[in-house]
Design a protein around this ligand. Structure first.
Ligand code: A2P
Length: 334
């Protein structure tokens, strides 16, 4: 018997990626249902060579029986519809930020804290794309050495803002005068140090997500994290420059061995051979790539890393589907 799976926001950038990944990871599906707004209801979407009609999202339909509902339609939609689905006994894997910091709701990167899903039913939160790839790289370091402080700058692709942003960048690369609608500035040939809204402390909401989601996933509020999140004119794949101060002096070779043998991480670190990760090469894959690992010149307890992942895949759809896989594995283990 296969699974009954629903995707809310199935016509969006993340929703479409979820369809692709359900297929490529051979998730055993008995029935797949796709939901969107009245703009897309009635359209046909292809999955595994079968045309599926997009259904209108309603509260009533969320009360029907699903094994998993994957939400990728933004926080406002999750806020209204995810609790209805969960109340009806369905497992919801939510890609929005709406429930991430709610105490009883697990925030999960399966390779790091998938074990907390044992015995759980209800809404499960998928972390922010920038958080996911950063914690993939720093969780093994925290476990082995303990982390004091992280200073991170992001270089984020426009696909994180959905299809309209992808179109906006395409148009601005062809026509310098094409107006900006999604972003506060033109993103073509530019970079914008502003992702999500500003908080009164001067950090953006995206940056604060990297702080508090990391604390929750690593179960340690004592780590000092200072992020700057920047949008750049790349279509797919976020990059991050991450400076990490550890609790003890470390050996770079030991860290390379540790990260190179961590599930989900690919070490690409031979800079003298021009080997380091870039978003163009990471796009379309499910891994988190780490390179440029080097010890700080002044602080023997600190290292720098360059971390790259496909924001729509490991940063969103892949991680959500890995949560589904983890739940299924837990079920099979009894
Ligand atoms: P629709 O195609 O009907 O607009 P993106 O992140 O690429 O902008 O995609 C957002 C996704 O969320 C799309 O699938 C979009 O569907 C869906 N969505 C947006 N608003 C609603 C809504 N009110 N009800 C259901 N789905 C929605």
């Amino acid at each position: 018997m296969g699974l009954i799976v629903g995707i809310v926001g199935a016509t969006g950038a993340v929703g479409q990626k979820m369809l692709e990944i359900l297929k490529s990871r051979n998730i055993p599906i008995e029935k797949l249902r796709l939901f969107a707004s009245e703009r897309s209801a009635g359209k046909q979407v292809k999955f595994d060579n079968i045309e599926i009609e997009v259904e209108l999202l309603t509260k009533e339909v969320m009360k029907e029986k699903f094994d998993y509902l994957l939400f990728a339609a933004g926080g406002a939609i999750s806020e209204v519809y995810a609790p209805v689905a969960a109340e009806a006994g369905n497992i919801v894997i939510d890609n929005s930020s709406h429930f991430r910091m709610v105490d009883k709701i697990p925030l999960v990167v399966p390779e790091i804290n998938g074990h907390i899903l044992k015995g759980y039913k209800g809404i499960i939160a998928n972390p922010n794309c920038s958080t996911t790839q950063m914690v993939m790289a720093i969780a093994p370091l925290h476990k082995k050495y303990g982390i004091e402080k992280v200073v991170v700058s992001t270089y984020q692709a426009v696909s994180g803002s959905g299809y309209r942003a992808i179109e906006e960048l395409k148009n601005q690369l062809q026509d310098e005068n094409y107006p900006n609608k999604v972003y506060t500035r033109k993103i073509g040939r530019n970079c914008i140090p502003h992702i999500d809204v500003f908080n009164e402390n001067g950090f953006t909401k995206e940056e604060l997500k990297m702080v508090y989601e990391t604390h929750k996933i690593l179960e340690d509020d004592s780590i000092e994290i200072n992020p700057t999140a920047v949008r750049i004119p790349v279509f797919y794949g976020h990059s991050e420059s991450v400076y990490v101060e550890l609790k003890e002096e470390v050996d770079v070779e030991e860290i390379k061995n540790l990260l190179g043998s961590t599930e989900g991480i690919v070490l690409e670190d031979e800079p003298w051979e021009n080997k380091y990760p870039t978003p163009l090469e990471a796009a379309g894959t499910d891994f988190t790539y780490v390179g440029r690992i080097r010890k700080d010149i002044f602080n023997p307890k600190a290292i720098s890393l360059w971390v790259v992942a496909d924001n729509l895949r490991k940063g969103a759809a892949t991680n959500a589907i890995q949560i589904l896989e983890k739940m299924e594995n837990i079920k099979m283990e009894g």
